[in-house]
Design a protein. Structure first.
Length: 201
């Protein structure tokens, strides 16, 4: 019975199978996406190096092997800031346990009891945009801001359907949800509220 290497050589007899040839023929990343990224792409650098130079993240996961570890004091400071921001979004039933390297509990952050008005105010609060660090990111943000918003076409039938629901039930979306004749697709109260708001504006 032939070995794996022998079988490989029978498939491609012209080339000897070695690590050297395998590395030589390793495929480079060919960028076919956004024009701004394509123009600033360095074909000699790796994907991770290119993303770091352009000011982008190659993955949303944490630090993995092969990446230079940042200063621990800076990481701890950033972690503390993010914990404080996260503590604001906690509800009364939620909490965060902060531990040291040995697994001992350092700090326990418990959420506060909030009224409906406070929750609504928190949800409507504008998120502060992060300042772009590179010209490429600034160009990408400018491009994203200038995208034309395509408005969805609303048929006459949809408008009549929404008008009938509002005429019959007013603002009671829970009753609209239970109406089997006017709501045959069994859309939820939240879905009905969203669609009617979009149609009747």
């Amino acid at each position: 019975m032939a070995t794996v290497r022998k079988r490989r050589t029978t498939k491609t007899p012209s080339r000897k199978v070695t690590r050297k040839t395998a590395n030589k023929h390793k495929r480079r990343v060919n960028v076919t996406g956004n024009k701004i990224i394509r123009d600033n792409w360095d074909k000699k650098a790796t994907l991770r190096q290119n993303y770091a130079r352009l000011g982008l993240l190659p993955s949303l996961n944490g630090v993995t092997g092969g990446i230079e570890v940042k200063d621990e004091a800076e990481l701890m400071e950033n972690e503390q800031k993010s914990l404080e921001e996260l503590a604001e979004s906690l509800t009364a039933e939620q909490g965060i346990i902060q531990r040291d390297d040995a697994g001992n509990i350092i700090n326990v952050i418990v959420g506060k009891v909030r009224s409906k008005e406070e929750i609504a105010e928190f949800m409507e609060r504008d998120i502060e945009p992060v300042k772009a660090k590179t010209d490429v990111v600034r160009a990408l943000e400018a491009q994203a801001a200038n995208v034309l918003k395509v408005e969805r076409y609303q048929s006459d039938g949809e408008l009549v359907w929404a008008a009938k629901l509002v005429e019959k039930y007013g603002d009671d979306y829970e009753k609209m949800f239970w109406d089997k004749k006017l709501n045959p697709n069994q859309q939820t109260a939240a879905q009905l509220k969203k669609r009617i708001a979009a149609l009747l504006v």
